[in-house]
Write a protein that binds this ligand. Sequence first.
Ligand code: URA
Ligand code: URA
Length: 238
Amino acid sequence: MENDSHRDLRRWLKLYADLGVRELPLMERTPPSDDVQGDESAKPSPSAALAHLREHEIGECRRCPLHEGRRKIVFGVGNARARLFFVGEGPGADEDRQGEPFVGRAGQLLDRIIAAMGLEREEVYIANVVKCRPPGNRAPLPDESARCLPFLERQIEIVAPEVIVTLGRVALEGLLGESVGGITRVRGTFRQYRGIPLMPTFHPAYLLRSPEKKRPVWEDMQAVMSRLGLTSSRSDRS
Ligand code: URA
Ligand code: URA
């Protein structure tokens, strides 16, 4: 049965035919371009940019041998506009299973550190230097870190945090792409990553083995809080 919209369409087509139009362009509308100059509103949101990075740039990555043993790519988690960005080393067994960074024992300690700072896990952003689990929980090899680093760099660029905290020596050296010497010597002093203040501290897995190192980590986090203009109600917690 012909309804109103059919009739409308028939009239339109007759009009086109009367005008001498012999072909109709059947095209999707062009989506708004991301790179329109000077139009901020045309830029994708940070969360859309992160989703694009995950789905279209990383995809089902096979760029390094770590893909052979992984279950899930562990991209990163948190607020796409976080002021504070934590960088870890690489997924462990729990993270590999769940596809989310820092969900195992070290992650639970990281959550307590974040809570002690007066923040919530959902407020910050957390990602690793390598996105796939190294076999047997070994540290990522320099080649693996270097291959994966552009994705972390892009995550940092998109989130544009005010402060970065690297967890452990491997995370610091992975992000900087250079060796820095012992983490015990370099932790606690801000350095810069592309103009962003970066605080190196110990890895929470190390704190599980050496609980006496929680105090220096807390001092480092207090320096971070002060950079972010956050004050601590529990100023000397260990
Ligand atoms: N250790 C890390 O460095 N990253 C994780 O995601 C979990 C443990
Ligand atoms: N060694 C590391 O690589 N990280 C730490 O946090 C402590 C010792």
